[in-house]
Design a protein around this ligand. Sequence first.
Ligand code: MG
Length: 447
Amino acid sequence: MTLFGINGVRGTANRDLTPDVALQIGKAVGLTYGKRVALAMDARDSSEMLRSAVSAGIMSVGSDIVDLGMLPTPALQHYVMRHDDITGGVVITASHNPPEHNGFKFIGPDGVEATREDEAALEDFCSVEIKTASWEDIGELYHATGAAEAYVDSIVSNVDADAIRAARLTVCIDLANGATCVTTPMLLKRLGVRALTIDADPQGETPGRTSEPTEENLTLLKAMVRQTGADLGAAHDADGDRTIFITSEGEYVEGDLSLAIMARYILKDHHGKVITPVSSSQIVEDVVESSGGLVKYTPVGSHMVVKKIEENHAVFGGEENGGMVFPEHQNCRDGAMALAKMLECVVKAGPLSEQIAGLERYHVVKDKVVCPDSRKRELLDHFIDDAMGYRTETVDGVKIYFDDGWVLLRPSTTEELFRVYSESKDAALAQERADGYVEDATRFLEQ
Ligand code: MG
């Protein structure tokens, strides 16, 4: 099986991700990133085992390790960015995946997540025998402290901390028993926020609730916000690069919607470009354009968003899953920064429920068709031919714009699937259009 997916390596611990595999990945990391690699892990039960194995691999090829212990992914990225002697980073995490999973995320020397080229090099190294260093060149292991504090300092300095403190907010926060337990409570304390936590024990089963911060997995958080009269609810995924928000009324806010709200808030003071994948809701483009900004679309995948932010000197970017990037802090998705900036946004622009109430809502339908890799190009060409005369966007698959909505037809990069997304203000129309394209694709593939 292939372990490398759209975001590093993922697999089941001790089945796909054995100590042997981690050892080999460690050697590959040492060869790819060189002299001194920073290492962090999330709170999963299997993370310690994988940390030992990947560390042995890294040191065996002559690279040193700076072990930062348990940290969210963006905090490790912040450390790598701030330390010139660090030549790369690894985080042991499976992000939002279930507890039996684990994985590795790879970070380049500038603190930005690994490019596809780096990941391809790592993957190639994983399938060859790697020569280890001679005994006198074996790498050393260092432990560093203070990474969490420096990361929180940077976030505090990038928001209007005085305004947030003065508002004396109460926030309910669900940490999924993840690595954010070591940073987010500290951040909220620094911002003078009264924090009521759920699943804030990183020694417990991780993730505490069911993996992804979807609406059905945040029932407890929604109830807690309502019952305590909190000003805001927020939930991180297990490695802390994403945050989903709950209004003070206990309403779940879709990631695209919080992205739109945040983009509008940022564009008030900083005119410029906003970067988001082509799969994001039209609400983002509507709000950005009416706020005097410009949306640039990327293929699906956070590394593409980060890359395009840099190329375009964009002011903000993010994904529909709650991942937000604030380039003035650092160029990566950052759940704690998203939380702090949303607190500032609520203090200065009003409660989230009121901010959302003014926005028109869209309905999105996500479907898929099984499609062998060998026929993906053919099917995509068929859709592109079919879209003649319509506005299209072909940065990833083809997005076809109609007067009353859009469809996005894109081949999956990791599975033998063709994804069909359809969005409209009219829910029935969105469904009808998705069904039509699924039928068309099925018919085409039967030929
Ligand atoms: Mg994550």
